[in-house]
Design a protein around this ligand. Structure first.
Ligand code: 1CP
Length: 343
């Protein structure tokens, strides 16, 4: 059967007059219906592990806006929890985890074979979504990239400069490398199970790739992505992978070819014209509208949306933000963006 879903067509390399569109964090706190369902679940983690409610919040932005893709509602920090780290969220602050900084901490973690004990509700969410999504909507599964997940596991929280992870990588490389390898293997299993449950595309979020430079980028951003994508391609041929090495700068060039990614997602620190000339030449790109426009709106939002659409119009493109929509965004601005894209 010919592929009719707009997002799948873009990932296959098709150039479309109107690009498919979805938004990072499209299910989230800027939506009143999300806040209501999260309150019903009790807290964020209970929402992630409740398949009916997690499917409900995934569907909310699809009902409201008719996005071309739905992204599974979960979090990149569920895999560390499945590997045995303690995980909790401090309201108003963010995630906290037990830390991994020594060989003994690493040895106390679980093996890749044990992750489904914690993660099986996530696969159930995917199964529900693959039944309930509209026929034209693509279902995206996801995981964090090993480096980004490791930064949280080592520091025990989000950090501005990923200092603790950089320190471990230089001061105790055997433990650091073992952790990267464990997360890489765990991510392959986790994404494979999401695909078996019905995810049609998977995305790898390397939110902190930009703090890796030179050889370190090659070793800890590029190589793990390549290992994950190679394994997924072997197990699930034809399932596209989107890679997001956020703030990679010049390292965006050639990233798709070097890793086998079908699409590279761009943050908003690179210009669309530069990315069209240097990254889109290798295939599909996604991004790169600055999320701040969803707060400020107005004519600037419309102009910028049309400018990005135009800049990427000669190659395959998936319209998206350069990073997640923020809780202070105005839901009306999302509709304004979509109208500017679809005309
Ligand atoms: O209060 C709330 O309701 C929690 C806010 C929230 C949400 C809505 C968190 C906590 N995670 C999520 C969902 C989420 N996280 C999704 C769901 C699908 C969607 O996009 O709609 C996805 C894909 C993620 C991915 C994620 N989680 C990333 C990578 C993307 C990015 O934003 O850079 C990262 C770094 C996380 C960790 C995380 N989870 C939550 C927060 C606040 C953070 C960042 C913590 C920090 O660095 O301080």
């Amino acid at each position: 059967m010919a592929e009719t879903k707009k997002l799948m067509r873009a990932l296959a390399g098709e150039v479309q007059d109107v690009p498919p569109v979805w938004m990072m964090r499209q299910a989230g706190r800027y939506l009143p219906e999300y806040r209501a369902t999260r309150a019903q679940a009790g807290d964020f983690l209970s929402l992630c592990y409740n398949p009916e409610l997690a499917a409900e919040v995934t569907l909310q932005p699809i009902r409201r806006y008719g996005f071309d893709a739905a992204i599974l509602f979960a979090d990149i920090l569920l895999l560390p929890q499945a590997l045995g780290a303690d995980l909790w969220f401090v309201t108003g602050e963010g995630p906290r985890l037990s830390t991994v900084t020594t060989q003994a901490d690493f040895d106390a973690l679980k093996g890749v074979g044990d992750i489904d004990e914690v993660l099986s509700p996530i696969y159930e969410t995917v199964r529900i979504l693959s039944r309930e999504l509209p026929a034209e909507t693509t279902l995206i599964g996801f995981a964090g990239a090993p480096w980004t997940v490791a930064t949280y596991m080592i520091a025990g929280r989000g950090t501005k400069d990923q200092g603790p992870a950089h320190a471990l990588r230089t001061e105790n490389q055997p433990v650091f490398d073992a952790l990267i390898d464990l997360i890489t293997k765990g991510t392959i299993e986790y994404l494979s199970k999401q695909i078996e449950a019905g995810a049609e595309v998977v995305k790898i979020f390397d939110s902190w790739a930009g703090s890796l430079k030179g050889e370190a980028f090659e070793r800890y951003a590029l190589q793990p992505a390549k290992e994950i994508i190679t394994a997924l391609n072997a197990r699930h041929p034809g399932v596209p992978v989107i890679a997001f090495p956020r703030e990679a700068g010049d390292n965006y060039i050639g990233f798709a070819k070097a890793t086998g990614a079908d699409c590279v997602a761009l943050d908003n620190s690179v210009s669309a014209d530069w990315a069209a000339a240097n990254v889109q030449v290798d295939g599909c790109v996604q991004g790169n509208l600055a999320p701040g426009h969803m707060v400020t709106g107005g004519q600037a939002l419309i102009d910028e949306t049309k400018r990005i659409k135009q800049a990427f119009s000669k190659g395959p493109h998936i319209f998206n933000l350069g990073h997640g929509i923020t809780p202070d965004a105005n839901p009306d601005n999302v509709q304004i963006m979509i109208d500017a894209i679809r005309g």
